[in-house]
Design a protein around this ligand. Structure first.
Ligand code: CA
Length: 237
């Protein structure tokens, strides 16, 4: 599939970097590779990448340092997919605070990297008003209508607002903070209010055989991949 997205891979592990590079290339993307933080920043200054795959555990300048520099230096920001080892999972919180859009825990499938990157690139190219689609689920921001397999799905107002955040982009983490801000600009009425709203939307989507909503305990929620079976992500917290 022709794609042409320019992707910067920042990964110090040579085999993983090569595998990623080869796979992205076979998907029609245009990858470039950096093996440490300074190399990554140098390439970011030279080329307008569509997205960055950023390992957090880098020698010298860490992935988090790279994120900080990207934020500080004007014009350097790109959508970032963070890669992190399981034992460094706490770093992902810091990465989100620094603006990373999504993360994957090693080991991950190459197909999943590409799927997540495509979402980031689409969002980065910023069609804010166009219809949002996730499998059979559709949402048209201009009319604020939700459809499932082409049929209208009537949802309460707050469920629609919640769904829109989960769809921007579909499958990426929607943090508690983003969801709360979308639903209650002046602050939530109670600590449980957001959980209650997510439960309500999840019930409605399940009843309509739509995608599931998966909890990322302590962080937020994301729409389940469309390939996953209904009932996955049952263990809500
Ligand atoms: Ca590493």
């Amino acid at each position: 599939m022709a794609d042409g997205s320019r992707i910067l891979i920042v990964e110090d592990e040579p085999t993983l970097s090569e595998n990623l590079y080869g796979y992205l290339e076979r998907q029609g993307m245009m990858p470039d590779a950096a093996y440490d933080g300074h190399g990554a920043l140098a390439l970011l200054r030279q080329m307008p990448f569509d997205a960055v795959v950023l390992d957090l555990g880098l020698p010298g300048l860490s992935g988090l340092d790279v994120l900080r520099c990207m934020r500080r230096e004007s014009g350097l920001w790109r959508p970032v997919l963070v890669l992190t080892a399981r034992e460094r999972l706490e770093d992902k919180l810091l990465a989100f605070d620094l603006g990373a859009e999504d993360y994957l825990v090693k080991p991950f499938s190459l197909a999943e990297v590409v799927a997540r990157l495509r979402v980031l690139v689409r969002r980065g190219q910023g069609d804010a008003s166009g219809p949002l689609v996730h499998g059979a689920l559709g949402y048209d921001p201009s009319s604020q209508t939700v459809t499932l397999a082409g049929l209208p799905l009537a949802l309460p107002r707050k469920s629609v607002l919640l769904l829109e955040v989960l769809l921007r982009p579909a499958g990426a983490l929607a943090t508690h903070a983003r969801l709360t801000a979308a639903l209650w600009p002046d602050g939530p009425p109670s600590d449980r209010a957001l959980h209650d709203q997510v439960h309500l939307l999840r019930r409605r989507l399940r009843a309509a055989r739509g995608p599931d909503i998966v909890a990322e305990p302590g962080h937020g929620w994301r729409l389940a991949p469309i390939s996953s079976r209904p009932g996955a992500g049952e263990n809500e917290t």
